[in-house]
Design a protein around this ligand. Structure first.
Ligand code: HEC
Length: 116
């Protein structure tokens, strides 16, 4: 009897943990970070260092250093890469609104430790 109750409790806790981790992104308050998690983190990582299973080893997926292949580290050029994508490597994000793009690039600047 006691074991059954303990098991039920453990199952409940595990279920709750799963639900909480699934909702983690929902509790992020910064809109730029939310957009980053939604659109970019899968490939560039939460911290933009590119250490994701998919792109580990591609130095250009690391957006925190100062080695760039296509983008120069200015807003206009970063924006162009995001809008156009990188052939065969990165999808284009041409549906983002002006505001969303600004929030995303602000967030990237913050991750890079830049002031904006
Ligand atoms: C499907 C994976 C994927 C997604 C999603 C993705 N990227 Fe990329 N991105 C890459 C890869 C891979 C590269 C490096 C391409 C190369 O080798 O030149 C890259 C390159 C870049 C570059 C240029 C880096 C350079 O060295 O010039 C920028 C800027 C960039 N991504 C920003 C973003 C932003 C912002 C988002 C979200 C809106 C995003 N990416 C979403 C895979 C992705």
């Amino acid at each position: 009897m006691r074991t059954a109750r303990l098991l039920a409790l453990a199952a409940g806790a595990a279920g709750l943990a799963a639900v909480l981790s699934a909702c983690e992104g929902l509790f992020v308050r910064d809109p730029g970070e939310r957009l980053w998690r939604k659109h970019c983190a899968e490939c560039h990582g939460l911290d933009a260092a590119g250490n994701t299973p998919r792109y580990m080893g591609n130095a250009y997926a690391d957006l925190t250093d100062s080695s760039w292949r296509i983008a120069a580290p200015d807003r206009g050029s970063l924006e162009a890469v995001v809008r156009e994508g990188v052939f065969g490597q990165m999808p284009s994000f041409d549906r983002l609104s002006r505001e969303e793009l600004d929030l995303l690039l602000d967030h990237l600047a913050a991750l890079r430790g830049e002031r904006y």
